[in-house]
Design a protein around this ligand. Structure first.
Ligand code: XMP
Length: 510
């Protein structure tokens, strides 16, 4: 495998995506790993990520320099490259201006990293510090107008450094550069492929679980669905799925989930209709965090009750299936910031001492999970589903959650999704939904005065939900959505489109 050492970069996961796209397995580890732990992983190559710090700062993140003596090639990107320069006695300093954007790369010598990419191409820069002088033993292989050492190498030790970011789309030959590192320099094999991985995982689950039983909390979201189908292929009816319908799902979603898993996959599925239970717990509650906590707790309670019932019926259940995916398990190079919202996930059920965890997607990124889903024959409508929060529509229904308000959201949201689909935009927007901000205002319909709800439309683009930008939906599409919602949904007379990015707003409203 290739190890990516994370110095707190925005782009570490992107580096990993690029490596895996090239059919090479990789893992991300934080820079705090000891050399012994790194050795245990037996990497065939190491990539040092970028990061926000300065290598010469006190407390700058560092990794044991023994990594350079492991006998495997190392590629440093941005901060990672500056770290190499500093460790080997070069000079890194702060530039007068922060460089951010595309720059022309001049390749100066024949280099294995830059094989077949031409003399000049555009690369993406995002840095303030730069390598002013390459260390002894290193040869400069590329520069730009503002970076004398845009790339350097020590051929003998197989250590490479680049100032730019080959992992981002804006670097024209980025994929080729990463492939050159993997195949020309590290001599990796292209042996990471989703089809084989899927078969291998099913076999492994069969072997591990044998004829024991497993339980899965199914939400209908991509991750839990793919995990459930994969485990189902391994265990058949020894997998029991519990689908808690908390009444906060989108229009027809509960029935759709039930239909797919019961009819298409013939799963042992229990649907718990707990709509009233959740609504009565939420009655009168307006504070966002309190709403989230109530839903999270109630969810666990319902699940526990079902588990007890199942134990009576099926006997002991040994395993709990969770749809944990790789981004959930990566320890980052930096400690995460304060909790903005307490997340509720079906995957976030408490680790019950009774259960062993079965997490078949732990190694996979989201788009790989989708590929596995397709391999397993899960319909597109589920595999391509946009992110949907655990607390469901409750956090899109500001103020008190009532069935009347939920009904408005469900209908409005359905129309919005329908029109996005008709406009062919459904795979071009990361997440889109309708919300009810709990505002009523005056309008006029026919000749009558109305005093009705406002519906907010929110559509954002993002890669991981950590930051996002509002989607530039064509006015004509927004117009259709607005007209349809006002005409088709009772008690709505005004539609607004949310044009805030994250930060400062969040994607969801509560
Ligand atoms: P925010 O609102 O924090 O959302 O900008 C970022 C992304 O996370 C989703 N989200 C959740 N997902 N459980 C989840 O599984 C939750 O409690 C939750 N809250 C927000 C949100 O839909 C967006 O994609």
């Amino acid at each position: 495998m290739i190890l990516i050492i994370d110095f707190g970069a925005q782009y570490s996961q992107l580096i990993a995506r690029r490596v895996r796209e090239a059919n090479v397995y990789c893992e991300i580890i934080p820079y705090t790993y000891t050399i012994e732990r790194i050795r245990e992983k037996t990497p065939k190559g190491i990539i040092l990520s970028g990061g926000p710090a300065s290598v010469y700062a006190e407390n700058a993140p560092k990794i044991d320099r023994e990594i350079f003596n492991l006998g495997v090639p190392v590629l440093g990107i941005c901060y990672g490259g500056q770290f190499i320069a500093q460790e080997f006695g070069g000079q890194v300093r702060k530039a007068d201006f922060r460089e951010y954007g595309r720059t022309k790369l001049n390749i100066l010598s024949d280099d294995r990293l830059f094989k077949d990419i031409g003399q000049n191409s555009l690369c993406w820069m995002s840095h303030t510090d730069f390598i002013e002088r390459a260390p002894e033993g290193f040869e400069i292989t590329a520069n730009t107008d503002s970076c004398p050492v845009c790339a350097m190498r020590n051929e003998e030790k197989e250590i490479y450094a680049v100032q730019f970011h080959p992992e981002v789309e804006h670097t024209e030959k980025g994929r080729e550069i990463i492939s050159n590192f993997l195949f020309n320099i590290c001599k990796m094999n292209k042996d990471w492929n989703i089809g084989d991985y899927t078969k291998y995982s099913i076999e492994r689950i069969k072997k591990e679980v044998g004829d024991k039983k497993a339980l899965c909390a199914l939400s209908g979201g991509v991750d839990s669905s793919v995990a459930a189908v994969m485990v189902h292929k391994a265990l058949g009816s020894n997998l029991i799925c519990v689908f808690v319908d908390h009444g906060l799902l989108r229009k027809d979603e509960g029935d759709q989930v039930e239909r797919v898993f019961r009819e298409k996959f013939n799963m042992n599925l229990i649907r718990v209709n707990a709509q009233e239970r959740f609504l009565s717990k939420l009655a009168g509650v307006t504070e966002p965090e309190k709403k989230r906590k109530i839903i999270g707790e109630e969810f666990i309670r319902v699940f526990e009750e079902e588990k007890q019932k199942l134990k009576k019926e099926f006997g002991h259940i040994d395993y709990l299936v969770q749809g944990t995916i790789y981004p959930d398990v990566i320890e980052s190079g930096t400690s995460t910031a304060s909790v903005i919202k307490s997340h509720h996930n079906v995957g976030g059920l408490p680790d019950d001492v009774d259960f062993e965890l079965l997490e078949p997607l732990r190694q996979l990124f989201k788009d790989e999970v989708r590929q596995v889903g397709r391999e397993l024959g899960i319909p597109e409508e589920i595999v391509e589903r946009q992110p949907f929060p655990g607390p469901g529509l409750a956090i899109r229904c500001l103020g008190e959650v009532t069935e009347d308000k939920l009904k408005i959201i469900r209908e409005a949201d359905f129309i919005f999704r329908d029109e996005i689909k008709k406009a062919g935009l459904q795979n071009k927007i990361w997440q889109y939904f309708a919300a009810l901000p709990n505002i009523r205002s005056v309008g006029v319909m026919g000749d009558e005065r109305t005093y009705s709800h406002t519906v907010t439309l929110r559509a954002v683009n993002s890669t991981d939900g950590m930051t996002s930008d509002w989607a530039r939906i064509p006015y004509e599409v927004l117009e259709k959505v607005s007209t349809r919602i006002v005409n088709e949904v009772d008690n709505v007379n005004r539609i607004v489109y949310d044009i805030t990015s994250k930060p400062p707003a969040t994607i969801e409203y509560e």
